[in-house]
Design a protein. Sequence first.
Length: 358
Amino acid sequence: MTIRDLLNPYKRDAKSPARSAAGSRIQLANLGGEADAWLEPMLADFLSLASSVCNTPIAMMTQLHADLGLQHPFISVLNGRGDIRNQWWRFPGQNGVSRTAVDFSVCEHAGRSGRNLTEIADLRGDGRFAESALANGTPHVRFYAAVPLVASNGDILGTLCVMAHEPKTLDAKQRDAFIKLGRQLESQLESRRTMQKLEQQTLTDGLTGIGNRRSFDLRLREEWTRHLRNARPLSMLMVDVDYFKQYNDTYGHPAGDALLTQLARVLRSPLRASDFLARYGGDEFSLILPDTDEVGAHQVAERIKRAVAAVKWPHTEIEISLGAATVTPSEMCDFHALLQAADKAMYLRKHGRTPNNA
């Protein structure tokens, strides 16, 4: 493991890989994850009930725009806009559900109908949807009915749909039961969204709006596991404000809080989407840099120092101390050692000493 105070220029070794841009773009793949696992078993039951209630072979839920808390949602572009777009299908004989990312205009139409049931006896006989992919491509749907799923704040979560290969209509009892089933699913999704917002609050620093110490610990464990699995380097930066106590004593604690909030925004600016910033405690911040070698960590640190120097800070200019540590797949250590190495590098930098490679 290498620790540095990042004070002196660093000459890149030609054999060292540059900092990867992986994670800087949204990946459009279903990678699964704990955040996804709660939804599919519930949907399998709801879709099975919807098919039974309406006597249709196919049921489906469409996620149109609102976030359902998926760890790896499908993102698609509609009208030049990137939206979260998922569909979960249940076909005859299927135990679970299948997820796709195909856009259907008919579901958009149903989602905009307020809280009213949309029922189309024959898609091919309806001038609005006769040429739709749903009617003309697999699974060749003729009958379509949908209940909009709307959150309490007005967000359109999606639609609960039933379909058949032949034209048909629902009777009054089926319509009533289908609408009630949709309201139950809507309630389940809304409760989950509320719970996730509360969980997110426990992982967010109330002052700066970035991750707190708890979320940092969780993320470090995740990235450490990924580092071991993928055999890629992992780096960490530790940052704190020099003479922050004197700043607080001179200008007051509200000014100190404002300084930390502004510093969090500055620290976040040079980071990739895959990087993670947290307030570690007090005036100390931690940055986790996945898939980043020693050279890449140095590059990030230099960008941070330039960004801090370019800001016109209130009251007086500030200085920060930066420490870094990098671990490569060939090294035997744990993530606690990585954290300690970065913290040691920052401490030595703060006190004007240059650490040796260890």
